[in-house]
Design a binder for this molecule. Structure first.
Ligand SMILES: Nc1ncnc2c1ncn2[C@@H]1O[C@H](COP(=O)(O)OP(=O)(O)OP(=O)(O)O)[C@@H](O)[C@H]1O
Length: 694
């Protein structure tokens, strides 16, 4: 049906679209997306003996695909050289860019000279309501995406013959085209590409979108050789994270086993993780792992997890380990996106960027040292939105990063106003004593001294809280560097002498999407860093609590109250702090089991915390900086960078002079390799970053 000018997109040809329906609700045996991704150039060593029947089926499929392509070309005629939209905008059609099973793509230029890609879908091919709904869903989902590694959705319009989806142009073709030219890619290139792809996928997944058709042919290069994920034709948006999808769809080589076998159990985000494994394998080995000439054989091999690493294609053990862990049949046993990036594979050479040289030949990254690689990796992750940029707000969070240590229960119900308010006596005039942080620091910061012996806040008038934070990071970094230097001198004590363990953060709950970040110290005091930047500390001492505000002129201001004298404006916050305290008591394990810690009664608070993909960093008001690493090892650097506390995953802690640890290269009583050196490097990098970025 020809649409009439002035009709909105929704009114599009309602009777037709079955081409798309076959696309999206894909019966496995259909020809849907059985395209060049199945016919990668290399020969398949593991191919089963061809039977006559299979050959016939293949022939039939090829013919069907050919007919479909011809039908597409006949339906989707080349658009006119001048395309007029109903909104009165003119576009000039340019070169033909390529075609898929459903759409043809052309260059298109607007009045200002800006060039886009126009994915063109013939209205004549939109035959059923179902197909129309699918197209609208693709448009809606793609439109909602906004990420540097996802093809930008610009606009959508129609003329009499076609629907045009205007997209950011990706002129350097797809990863599939690159692989065809190059046969295999180098590991540093794959690391770079996968980081960008994972950035795009994380954006989708945190918005509850599953792509379901991630493959090399759907990932395009922009003019600067950055990758952009495109084609949301099979994407699904979940209403809630626990929802499952049941439609069997995808591209044969990339389909996850649970899609093939889980007709009743359904599938979810893990299908995209599986595709990552297939893509890494394909880029390094030159063909997808389960490739076979016959589609049903591909499915058999996927179901049986039947693939191997060919001996004639050299590939590092780290790459093999990562691929093996991703291509696990049980979707729940696959690593998540963060775990993939933390794998050994990503610790190798990492280029700063990919140049167009890669389009022609294998670039040589042999000169890249470890330090530069690490820096490039961090920068690449930052550019792909995988590391939250610091803000002026002390609450630096990765809101979307769901972790085991986050609360699994839903808080709002139990925190509904009114139900606990009456527990406290409300008074109108607070008997509070407001003191400057300097006083608080005088009372509590006994251990926090600078190299010259003076107190941080006493010698350095606090103008802004950021200045204090920067100063603390700098003195800790300097302390660590001196300890490292000292360790090389003969004078360093080579015997480990146990030092006093500082107050540690023993439990924490990130609930910043609602209230704030709550933590419990080893002294049992509980604090909440609220989203508005204020802190409330519930001390165990005489039922006192502290209310700390981030003052832009004075630094932090601390007010002390007795629990029986809660001013109105704080009652809700106390209620929330109590809730968190109870939650942590019931649900979380303490970081350290050392009993002597309980005797510590320093009054300190958390100034800032930062969550990165490697660790959570806690900066405390007494200058201690604690790092909880993802592998459950924890390190706290205290006493201006001179003392290290190590807390093992089984929650025992030990504290020693950092210079001795540097000199000896290990921590006493720790038998396993905890990657101490790289953890200390990561800590120094984090401190450097804090110092430079403020
Ligand atoms: N943003 C873009 N920039 C440049 N070329 C593009 C862009 N998007 C798509 N193309 C080209 O158009 C072709 C078809 O696009 P696309 O894969 O989105 O269509 P499709 O019909 O949905 O494909 P499929 O059969 O994979 O579902 C691509 O293979 C590519 O060559």
């Amino acid at each position: 049906m020809a649409a009439v000018r002035g009709q909105p997109l929704q009114a599009l040809g309602s009777k037709e679209l079955n081409a798309r329906a076959q696309h999206n609700i894909t019966p496995l045996k259909s020809t849907r997306r059985i395209n060049d991704e199945n016919a990668l150039p290399l020969k398949d060593e593991q191919q089963q003996p061809q039977q006559q029947q299979l050959q016939d089926e293949n022939q039939l499929r090829k013919e069907k695909a050919k007919r479909k392509k011809e039908k597409l070309s006949s339906l989707c005629k080349t658009p006119p050289s001048l395309i007029r939209t109903r909104a009165g905008k003119d576009y000039r059609r340019g070169l033909f860019l390529g075609e898929g099973g459903f759409a043809r793509c052309f260059q298109i230029r607007d009045d200002s000279g800006a060039v886009f890609a126009a994915k063109t879908v013939a209205k004549a091919s939109i035959k059923s309501d179902k197909t129309k709904t699918k197209l609208l869903s693709e448009i809606k989902i793609h439109k909602s995406m906004n990420h540097t590694n996802i093809v930008k959705f610009i606009d959508c319009f129609e003329d009499d013959a076609n629907v045009y989806i205007l997209l950011e142009i990706c002129p350097n073709q797809s990863l599939m085209d690159l692989l065809k030219k190059r046969k295999v890619l180098t590991e540093p290139e794959v690391r770079f590409f996968m980081t960008q792809i994972i950035g795009g996928i994380k954006h989708m997944h945190t918005r509850r979108v599953i792509h379901r058709d991630l493959k090399l042919g759907n990932i395009f290069f922009d003019p600067d050789m950055n990758l952009k994920i495109g084609d949301f034709g099979l994407a699904a948006a979940l209403k809630k994270d626990t929802d499952r999808k049941y439609t069997i769809c995808g591209t044969p080589n990339y389909i996850a086993p649970e899609v093939l076998t889980g007709k009743t159990a359904g599938h979810s985000y893990e299908v995209d993780i599986w595709s990552i494994g297939v893509m890494i394998y394909a880029l390094l080995i030159g063909k997808p792992p389960f490739q076979s000439k016959d589609v049903s054989l591909i499915y058999e091999r996927i179901k049986k997890n039947d693939y191997a690493f060919p001996e004639d294609k050299p590939c590092s053990e780290a790459a093999k380990d990562l691929i093996t862990s991703i291509l696990t049949t049980d979707p729940l046993k696959r690593p998540n996106l963060d775990e993939i990036l933390e794998s050994e594979f990503f610790k190798g050479e990492f280029p700063a960027r990919i140049t167009t040289e890669s389009l022609i030949c294998a670039p040589d990254y042999r000169g890249l040292d470890r330090m530069h690689s690490q820096l490039n990796f961090i920068n690449c992750k930052k550019a792909s939105g995988l590391i939250q940029q610091p803000t002026r707000n002390p609450v630096e969070i990765l809101r979307t990063d769901l972790e085991s240590e986050q609360p699994m229960t839903i808080l709002p119900q139990s925190l509904s106003p009114g139900n606990t308010k009456s527990k406290y006596k409300e008074i109108t005039e607070a008997n509070n004593r407001t003191r400057k942080l300097e006083e608080l620091s005088n009372q509590t910061g006994k251990s926090r001294r600078l190299d010259d012996g003076s107190r941080v806040l006493a010698t350095q008038p606090v103008k802004f809280s950021d200045t204090v934070l920067k100063h603390e990071c700098l003195s800790t970094l300097n302390g660590m560097l001196s300890a490292e230097r000292e360790s090389r001198l003969r004078t360093t004590r080579s015997q480990f002498t146990a030092c006093k363990t500082p107050v540690l953060i023993s439990k924490w709950v990130d609930y910043t999407n609602k209230y704030g970040f709550s933590y419990q110290f080893s002294s049992d005091d509980v604090g909440v860093l609220f989203n508005d930047g204020t802190t409330l500390i519930r001390t165990t001492r005489h039922n006192m609590f502290w209310f700390i505000t981030d003052d832009t002129v004075e630094g932090w201001l601390a007010s002390e109250y007795h629990i029986s004298e809660i001013p109105d404006e704080f009652s809700r916050k106390v209620e929330i702090a109590d809730f968190f305290a109870n939650y942590m008591k019931v649900n979380l394990c303490k970081v350290s089991t050392e009993e002597e810690l309980l005797n510590e009664k320093e009054e300190i608070f958390l100034r800032r915390y930062t969550r990165s993909d490697q660790f959570v960093m806690f900066e405390m008001s007494n200058g201690s900086i604690q790092f909880n690493f993802k592998d459950h090892n924890k390190i706290c650097i205290s006493q201006t960078g001179t003392v290290l506390t190590y807390i093992s995953p089984d929650r025992t802690s030990e504290t020693f002079l950092l210079s001795t640890i540097y000199r000896e290269g290990y921590i006493p009583n720790v038998q396993r390799d905890i990657g101490l050196q790289s953890k200390l490097e990561a800590i120094k990098d984090a401190l450097r970053e804090k110092v430079n970025l403020h």
